[in-house]
Design a binder for this molecule. Structure first.
Ligand code: TRH
Length: 384
């Protein structure tokens, strides 16, 4: 089957991160003939270095990558059309879809949310106001009533092999100019938006009773870290204070980012895709949610925290929920950041077990690509 995935890079890397992952999995595991239309190829080039952002068309890792320009309007529609995150596919392309003898299955892939309403909206159809076309809303999610999460096959084997190999880990960290692990070291990765309370976190980490290595992604996190230390935010920079050693690293390709998550004991992640990858890593995480207008992100954060911490005994449940709130600048009660951080940090061994269990529990649901393929198949058979 031929698939067209349309992706507009709204900002950052999440939209293209998800679309690229899905495109690759459909091609690799389902033999799909996938064309990925991207308006800003530079962002994709950062996630996958063999992409050449100057080319209008190229095949990369089994995916036909297209620059989303005028060529999209005149392209022959595929059998399945995925509109990532309501990105509005071109009118002329829509008209060709409507004129097809058998119109494509048209799916809008939505943003991830742990909120309850998602289950009720997943899969719902919506008729086009003028054309004889129906768009279906496909919602990723954390329960069996949703479209699931992107998880390629073999991911846990690759993760476990990496985590079990000291040679693989040593070689990897040394390639990123991150020093070898010290005895009793706590290794933490940091990827967040500019509004995260990074100075508070650095204070907390520098007071930790054991050595800490903070691996900081290039970008807003590194800028805040550099300001605090008065050092450069360029990759390769190392800084130290008390028990805290910091390594600022370059922006790595997607598969290497997974290894960072697998190789750390705690991962600060953000947005959507790094957030999901951190869950697959089976390690404790702290999520910096993408801020939305009118505080819509607050409900999303609490709903995730509620699901994630379910089954954790007190005081761990409270430690997780309060830390997620304070890290996201939300009211977390009377306690200070320092106090909330200390309690979160003190519960890490239990949170590690919990993160492993959570990863296994989540993997029981069918992954997003598998569910999407099944969904499309049903729609094609029923001719909707
Ligand atoms: O980059 P993000 O903030 O992206 C998004 C977008 O802003 C989007 O508009 C918004 O709606 C959404 O968040 C919620 O965060 P995200 O989703 O985690 O995407 C980051 C991607 O970058 C992910 O695929 C992992 C990847 N990555 C690397 O490949 N290498 C790296 O070094 C790092 C730090 C990340």
């Amino acid at each position: 089957m031929r698939w067209d995935i349309f992706c507009k890079v709204v900002d950052n890397y999440g939209d293209i991160g998800v679309s690229w992952r899905l495109a690759r999995q459909l091609a690799a595991e389902y033999g799909a003939d996938v064309r990925l239309w991207v308006d800003e190829l530079d962002s994709l080039e950062r996630l996958c270095a063999v992409v050449d952002a100057t080319l209008p068309a190229q095949v990369v890792q089994g995916v036909d990558v297209r620059r989303w320009d005028e060529q999209a309007a005149t392209a022959r529609p595929a059998d399945v059309v995925i509109e990532a995150f309501g990105c509005d596919i071109p009118e002329a392309y829509l008209a060709s879809m409507a004129a097809s003898a058998a119109p494509p299955v048209w799916v809008n892939l939505e943003y991830l949310s742990a909120e309850d309403w998602v289950a009720g909206c997943h899969g719902l159809p919506s008729r086009h106001p003028r054309l004889p076309l129906t768009r279906h809303f496909f919602f990723p999610g954390f329960t069996g009533e949703t479209g699931g999460l992107i998880r390629e096959s073999g991911l846990y084997d690759a993760r476990d092999a990496f985590q079990a190999s000291s040679v693989a880990k040593r070689t990897f960290w040394s390639r990123l100019q991150v020093p070898r692990r010290e005895r009793n070291e706590w290794r933490v990765s940091l990827f967040c938006y500019a509004n995260a309370p990074v100075p508070d976190l650095l204070k907390g980490l520098s007071a930790h009773p054991h050595p800490v290595r903070l691996v900081v992604a290039q970008g807003p996190a590194a800028i805040q870290v550099a300001d605090w230390f008065g050092c450069s935010s360029e990759p390769g920079t190392q800084a130290e204070l008390g028990n805290l050693g910091v390594s600022i690293i370059q922006f790595v390709e997607q598969p290497d980012y997974d290894k960072i998550l697998w190789g750390c004991d705690l991962n600060f992640v953000r947005g959507e895709d790094s957030f999901v990858r951190a869950q697959w890593a089976g390690r404790p995480l702290a999520w910096h949610i993408y801020p939305q207008a009118e505080g819509a992100h607050e409900v999303k954060l609490s709903e995730f925290a509620r699901r994630y911490s379910h089954g954790l005994h007190e005081p761990r449940r409270e430690a997780v929920e309060r830390f997620l709130r304070v890290w996201n600048g939300l009211d977390a009660g009377a306690a200070s950041f320092e106090e909330i951080w200390r309690s979160f940090a003190a519960n890490q061994s239990a949170l590690r077990l919990h993160a492993e269990e959570w990863a296994w529990k989540l993997a029981e649901q069918a992954n997003l690509a598998a569910q999407l393929v099944e969904f499309v198949d049903k729609k094609r058979r029923s001719g909707v």
